[in-house]
Design a protein around this ligand. Structure first.
Ligand code: SAH
Ligand code: SF4
Length: 413
């Protein structure tokens, strides 16, 4: 469990190696969230339990953590009363700290969160008629500098740990009140029916928050394994989508080792334009990227790859662009759907969103080419629920607060 330093990487395209898988706490206790069962067992053994006890206790604790969502060892009723303080002295059950929570009139919820060492990141929940999708962050900031993306302008970056990633899902379940209620004393005291997963609000996860998930591969993988673990959060891999800007060398591994659905931030169909708006394109070009998509393990007509395409006025939104998009997706025989995303402007952005008519015309051409191309309706506009925007609002506020303090100090003088 090595330490990490902050990374300041303007224009950086390569992944930044970060060894840390746990954020150290000042009180020296270890946060169990984010650790697989075997690591919890190893910690228990290291703290003095014999191997058999450690294994048994880790199984019980794991179930309480991920199946029941408890945050207090005292609630673990099948663990001996004397053992609970022993656990609490050495371990914690962490959650990211909530800096700010917002609720949009359309039901979208957005949280600005903070790691134990003080870094802010975001999470968004988007309810729909038939599903509820949690948009999860993988990094604080992003080392890539897509020109239309506000996260890409943030300087400080570090990878989130598995605990900080899966912790977002735990926190969302807390906020939505979705943990099973009642007691749990393995088998005897509770019927299965009391903790089935039916009727939950949080049904899908997209790795589309802040950061490039494939540049934090190991931690994202560990976190998603906990999300998919039948003894853990037990969400199907079919309900999880990972979005990448096109880190070609990690895509095959993603399909093989994580096995979730893939979304690719394509956003342009020519080298010039994609180089400009998604600079990782200079390293892994469109052809290479589409070939990696064609080879993506597990992709099929039943499990299509989503191509994200942000609509930027007079940049990538012409009829020719739409026709070229269809041609490319067909050339590589991709089981594809296209998500057209209206550009969400932010202060200082150099682009504008295409007009609704232009977006409609673009969508029609792709659709007529035989590829589904829904326009993603902007959600949570009243709370700025787009990548990187809540964080800025909070930063602005603290700046305003600083100014106010300075003014007050000056007045006192
Ligand atoms: N880094 C990954 C995942 C996070 S970004 C990636 O790039 O795919 C999630 C999606 O939001 C991407 O498709 C990204 O291009 C898009 N996005 C970022 N900023 C946006 C903005 N201001 N308006 C619309 N879409 C944006
Ligand atoms: Fe990073 Fe994705 Fe934003 Fe590009 S779009 S800067 S890869 S978060």
């Amino acid at each position: 469990m090595a330490d990490t330093t902050l990374m300041s990487i303007p224009g950086q395209v390569d992944p930044v190696p970060v060894a840390r898988d746990i954020t150290p706490r000042e009180d020296g206790r270890v946060d169990l969230i984010g650790l697989p069962k075997k690591d919890i067992a190893a910690l228990f053994e290291g703290a003095g339990l014999d191997a058999r006890q450690a294994k048994l206790r880790s199984k019980q604790v794991f179930h309480w953590l991920y199946h029941r969502g408890v945050t207090d060892f005292e609630a673990m009723t099948d663990i001996a009363k004397t053992m609970r303080p022993w656990l609490a002295e050495r371990f914690v059950i962490g959650r990211p700290e909530v800096v700010e929570a917002q609720h949009s009139t359309d039901g979208t919820r957005k949280w600005l969160l903070k790691t134990a060492d003080g870094h802010e990141f975001e999470m968004v929940f988007i309810p729909d008629a038939d599903r509820g999708t949690l948009c999860v962050s993988s990094q604080v900031g992003c080392t890539l500098n897509c020109r239309f993306c506000h996260t890409g302008t943030m300087r400080l970056v570090r990878n989130l740990t598995p605990g900080e990633i899966v912790g977002q899902v735990m926190l969302a379940r807390d906020a939505l009140g979705e943990w099973p209620k009642g007691k749990m004393d393995f088998a005897e005291e509770e019927s299965e029916a009391e903790y089935t997963a039916d009727g939950r609000l949080l049904t899908n996860i997209v790795m589309m928050g802040m950061g490039e998930p494939l540049y934090n591969f190991d931690n994202v993988k560990s976190a998603l394994q906990l999300v998919m673990d039948g003894d853990g959060l037990a969400l199907s891999k079919r309900r999880i989508t990972l979005s990448t800007s096109g880190v070609v060398p990690a895509m095959e591994r993603c399909g093989e080792e994580i096995g979730v659905n893939l979304a690719v931030s394509l956003h342009a169909v020519s080298k010039d334009i994609r180089d400009e708006i998604v600079p990782i394109n200079k390293k892994y070009g469109i052809e290479e990227l589409l070939q990696a998509c064609a080879d993506y393990p597990g992709a099929s007509n039943a499990r299509r790859i989503t191509f994200e395409y942000v609509m930027l006025k007079d940049k990538n939104d012409s009829d020719e662009d739409a026709r070229e998009l269809v041609r490319l997706l067909k050339e590589y025989k991709l089981p594809a759907k296209v998500n057209l995303i209206p550009f969400n402007p932010w202060p200082g952005a150099v682009y504008e969103c295409s007009s609704p008519e232009r977006i409609k015309a673009f969508s029609n051409i792709v659709f007529e080419g035989g590829i589904s191309a829904p326009v993603r309706t902007p959600r949570g506009r009243d709370i700025d629920a787009a990548c990187g925007q809540l964080k800025t609002a909070a930063e602005k506020k603290s700046r305003a607060e600083l100014d106010r303090e300075a003014a007050m100090a000056a007045a006192a003088d």
